[in-house]
Design a binder for this molecule. Structure first.
Ligand code: NAP
Length: 507
């Protein structure tokens, strides 16, 4: 006797902001047939995994949160990781979605079955099927560690910022940090006072601007708790201000003033001229992610910190040797070297209509219609997909727009008795061409830097070249004319699913 496989309307991969947001919104629409598959033992995504000292979000919490789940009790303008993680766990209870969550279930393969018009999923704990597959696995989940010559011979302690070893005491140690990105500049000020020596290996100096963080007092919190209008006004003010931050990226000519302010901030913060020179970026403002920090430069001024700009030649058992031949003794090596963004690991596990994986179809340059759906992959929605990242404001706004697109698609499918929707290749190509065209004028392509925003072909496949409201207005509604829409296939008497009839719209 064959055991029937569990089936859901929607299967969601990942329980971070994207996956949980989708689950909550589905629930709000009255959908009950869905499941969230999470490989870890808890929700939270990057806010669960990144626990390094000083980890916080560089977008104000009142904007970096769901629009449908305001939290009047954020303790700071830029709340720390633990509070954001707590917020997400709180959302699970607040919207009563725990029963839809399955932990310890890693997606091994998802394959589209054209006969049944369903996704067949194999996870680390079994198999299931779903009409719709939502990938909410995120792009910043796999830590990237450079293959430094001799690294395997190192006898000291090593770890990556996204896998911080809190059991290991850094006090009194000689520490090397590699990387000066968003993560490193947050943890360096926290470890610098505890270590004997901090050797900071910098390949490219980032542009750093003041963060102006601060606690939110009980009076303001009380007001936000009691007044819906106050909450809406604060969010609107943050939204508008942060949208303006997009201008220097989109029109580099406008970046001049901000660049001068950043240089002034550097001059005011770092009195030592030689150090300042090392910390001055040789590329345009905004070409790489702009970093917000009030305590990074002060930490680098301390006598136990050395900023090293020579490349790493070799790692030895107890030291690092740079290209100029200098050897520095170290006991700990911390990688602040970012994530494997160029190929989403999950892309190798999703097979579309013709059996090829997303990774195979994408090749070196991932692309998607509206950053969300992919030709050849029916009923697949990729949250935080290609060209949906941001350099200026809260990515939650983008995620919510994509979720709205999914809900709008589901509504249309229900109303028209559809079993599958898949973007037309022409629609996807036109969208991508439009994005690429807008990208040409941005600082990310013309700014003279190397960044993880670009793929190996030099195309910016990560960021949205516009404002979030323009993304929202383009993406939130499902437009059937851009999709191939399939009605239910008529099954044969044996239920084999052989196509006796197929109707398509929008092709
Ligand atoms: P990252 O921005 O990719 O920075 C990695 C750093 O490591 C860079 O300085 C890079 O130098 C350096 N590096 C990489 N490989 C190297 C090598 N082989 N040798 C020497 N240096 C090397 O990584 P991240 O700081 O973890 O941040 C990743 C992303 O996470 C951010 O861009 C952001 O989107 C997100 N994030 C957000 C927040 C937040 O507050 N919202 C906080 C942390 C992270 P180059 O610059 O020369 O490549």
């Amino acid at each position: 006797m064959t055991r029937s496989m569990e089936h859901f309307k929607v299967a969601i991969i990942g329980a971070g902001f994207a996956g949980l947001g989708t689950a909550i919104r589905l629930r709000q629409q009255g959908e009950e047939s869905f499941v969230v598959l999470e490989r870890a033992a808890e929700v939270g995504g990057v806010w669960r995994d990144n626990t390094y000292p000083g980890c916080a979000c560089d977008v104000q919490s009142h904007l970096y949160s769901f629009s449908f789940a305001p939290n009047p009790d954020w303790s700071r303008r830029y709340s720390p990781q633990v509070e954001i993680w707590q917020y997400l766990r709180g959302c699970v209870e607040r919207f009563d979605i725990r029963k839809y969550l399955r932990f310890g279930q890693e997606l091994q393969q998802a394959a589209w079955d054209g006969e049944t018009q369903r996704w067949r999923l194999r996870t680390s704990q079994g198999e299931l099927t779903a009409d719709i597959l939502v990938l909410g696995a995120g792009a910043l989940s796999e830590p990237s560690t450079p293959r430094l010559p001799g690294l395997e011979s190192f006898q000291g302690k090593t770890f990556h910022s996204a896998r911080w070893d809190h059991a290991y005491d850094l006090a009194g140690k000689r520490v090397a940090v590699i990387g000066t990105g968003a993560s490193a500049i947050q943890f360096i000020p926290h470890i610098q006072p505890r270590v004997t020596k901090l050797h900071l290996f910098q390949r490219t100096p980032p542009w750093v601007v003041p963060c102006l963080d601060g606690a939110i007092g009980p009076g303001t919190r009380g007001l936000l708790r009691s007044s819906r209008l106050a909450r809406a006004a604060l969010r609107a003010q943050l939204f508008v201000t942060r949208e303006l931050f997009a201008l220097p990226f989109l029109r580099p000519a406008l970046a001049g003033l901000v660049r001068l302010l950043a240089l002034h901030f550097l001059k005011r913060s770092v009195p030592d001229k030689a150090l300042r020179l090392k910390l001055t970026p040789p590329y345009q403002f905004g070409c790489k992610r702009i970093l917000l920090s009030d305590d990074y430069f002060p930490a680098l001024n301390q006598s136990n910190v050395e900023v090293i700009t020579e490349g790493i030649k070799e790692v030895r058992a107890h030291s690092i040797v740079t290209s100029d031949g200098t050897e520095r003794a170290i006991e700990v090596l911390i990688f602040g070297t970012g994530f494997e963004v160029r190929e989403l690991p999950v892309a190798r596990r999703v097979n579309g209509r013709d059996g090829r994986t997303l990774a195979q179809v994408w090749g070196p340059s991932p692309r998607a219609h509206l950053g969300t759906t992919v030709a050849g992959f029916p009923n697949l929605f990729v949250l935080q997909g290609p060209n949906t990242g941001l350099g200026h404001t809260s990515v939650i706004i983008m995620i919510e727009s994509q979720i709205d697109h999914l809900l709008s698609a589901l509504k249309y499918m229900r109303a028209h008795g559809l079993a599958a929707v898949e973007p037309l290749k022409e629609a996807e190509d036109a969208f991508v061409a439009n994005v690429d065209g807008k990208m040409r004028r941005t600082v990310w392509l013309a700014g003279g830097c190397r960044s993880w925003y670009l793929d190996s072909t030099g195309r910016n496949f990560t960021l949205w070249p516009g404002f979030t409201f323009s993304f929202r207005s383009r993406v939130q509604n499902f437009d059937p004319s851009e999709y191939r829409c399939e009605t239910q296939l008529k099954a044969t008497a044996q239920g084999s699913g052989t196509a006796a009839a197929r109707a398509t719209h929008g092709a």
